[in-house]
Design a protein around this ligand. Structure first.
Ligand SMILES: Nc1ncnc2c1ncn2[C@@H]1O[C@H](COP(=O)(O)OP(=O)(O)OP(=O)(O)O)[C@@H](O)[C@H]1O
Ligand SMILES: [Mg+2]
Length: 314
């Protein structure tokens, strides 16, 4: 099955493509492999949630993809720009015109001495657009039109993040990155802000990669990618389909990433529940591959699995 896409978008080169992406940090002689050969493709106009345990490499990935940091190895292109060979001049253009970024810390996103409208107008001015009308349009899109003439200090956290999203979208970026944009907000507020962000991005056709711990957002986007130990491991694709009774129902299917060498990572729960360890039996079927616990004293019911492996060996 091909991943579901948003609406009318035609086929384009993916907006984000990472192959075997590696980022190694050296601090005090200690090496940390924050990204260990990460593969990821995000199509134009897609909205993807990135989830994973603390320290799994989510922020590192976003910092690289938004041009704030450089990879140690591998390949990465965003909006058609090769991030490994990009010159300083290209980087400036990339950050001004092709990508937008929202940080988790509300205070980091906006200039405190400018009003909301002035904050949003800044990237528009840089891009050479009509500032005031567009700034108000964007604030309206994020449902904070009434905050236009107030400074960040006079706004709630949720309002600040909405203004921050409007600001990040103001340069009409192809891709919006947001690293836990609602991390400092309470539940009620974060749901509303994430909804406003996804709605705005959809209206503008912006590709979005958002890091979130909020299960509600990951349940509402079509694609949720799990990152584990600096690699993408599994992903969940959601689509709606018409059931036999004519009603629309939501279907969620879990996928795992397969790299060019054929390596896949099984979800932790599968490994645990089936007691898979050290090695597993594989059986190739016409349309799928079976993975079985490598129990040498396999009961009769497992005969099929054993036969499959024997064929492979002969
Ligand atoms: N500037 C840095 N110098 C050294 N190590 C770093 C640096 N930034 C991140 N790391 C390490 O890289 C790994 C990945 O960190 P990263 O910040 O990407 O995780 P994360 O998934 O964003 O976690 P969280 O959910 O807590 O924000 C961690 O082991 C972290 O300690
Ligand atoms: Mg982080």
């Amino acid at each position: 099955m091909t991943p579901p896409r948003r609406g009318h978008l035609e086929h384009h080169e993916p907006d984000i493509r990472c192959e075997d992406l590696v980022r190694i940090y050296h601090t005090d002689g200690v090496e940390v492999q924050a990204l260990q050969g990460l593969n990821l493709t995000v199509d134009r106009g897609d909205l993807v949630a990135l989830v994973g345990a603390s320290g799994s490499g989510k922020s590192t990935l976003l910092a690289i993809l938004s041009g704030h940091d450089r990879p140690t190895g591998g390949r990465a292109t965003v909006a058609g720009v090769d991030l490994l060979t990009m010159t300083p001049k290209q980087r400036v253009h990339f950050q001004r015109h092709l990508v937008g970024f929202v940080w988790q810390q509300t205070s980091r996103n906006l200039f405190p001495f400018l009003t909301a409208a002035e904050n949003v107008a800044m990237p528009i001015a840089i891009a050479g657009g009509k500032q005031d009308a567009r700034a108000r349009e964007l604030l309206d899109l994020l449902d904070v039109a009434d905050c236009a003439d107030r400074r960040p200090g006079q706004l709630s956290g949720g309002q600040q993040q909405r203004v921050a999203i409007a600001t990040a979208l103001a340069g009409s970026p192809r891709v919006l990155f947001a690293d836990e944009p609602t991390g400092e907000l309470d539940e009620a507020n974060s749901g509303a802000v994430l909804e406003a962000m996804t709605h705005a991005a959809e209206q503008l056709g912006t590709t979005v990669l958002v890091v979130t711990h909020d299960p509600r957002i990951s349940e509402h986007v079509r694609r949720t990618i799990q990152i584990r130990d600096g690699r993408t491991s599994t992903e969940v694709l959601r689509r709606s389909e018409v059931a036999d009774d004519g009603r629309l129902r939501l279907v969620a299917e879990e996928y795992t990433v397969i790299d060019r060498a054929g390596r896949i990572q099984l979800p932790e729960s599968h490994v645990r529940d089936l007691g898979l360890e050290h090695r597993v039996r594989l059986r190739k079927e016409p349309d799928h591959v079976g993975v079985y616990a490598a129990d040498d004293r396999a009961p009769v019911g497992r005969e099929g699995a054993r036969r499959g492996m024997d064929e492979e060996e002969s």
